[in-house]
Design a protein around this ligand. Sequence first.
Ligand code: AMP
Ligand code: ZN
Length: 119
Amino acid sequence: MSPSAHCIFCNIAAGTIPSRKVYEDDELFAFDDIKPWAPVHFLIIPKTHIPSMAQAGPEHAPLLGRMMVLAPKLAMEQGCNPYPEGGFRMLVNTGAEGGQDVHHLHIHVMGGPRPWLKG
Ligand code: AMP
Ligand code: ZN
């Protein structure tokens, strides 16, 4: 069995674990965080299993770029208010000391009216 078979986010991207899907294409998947900190809180993941930003190399630059530019589009679609009065936060936790709990690379995208639960 491949390591990704045990990975919760690989299973979410494959549809074997349910999620509230926000977006999907050939390479990327986005879904609502199960414990949102903010009125809008979703995660963008690559479908391929990359554990964290610590494993990101130059070969991942196009994929990471697509994740970054997808975030503002989805943020607006999901109800974040427009910049500059509104906006959103993008966050990538990396490793235990970086606060990472799920070891499949993901960008948190959070937004909506304050206050938020955290941050
Ligand atoms: P991190 O601490 O950066 O690794 O963030 C992991 C995030 O994944 C947390 O905000 C969790 O609430 C979220 N999460 C964990 N399991 C699920 C799930 N089954 N569906 C949606 N979000 C999840
Ligand atoms: Zn994975």
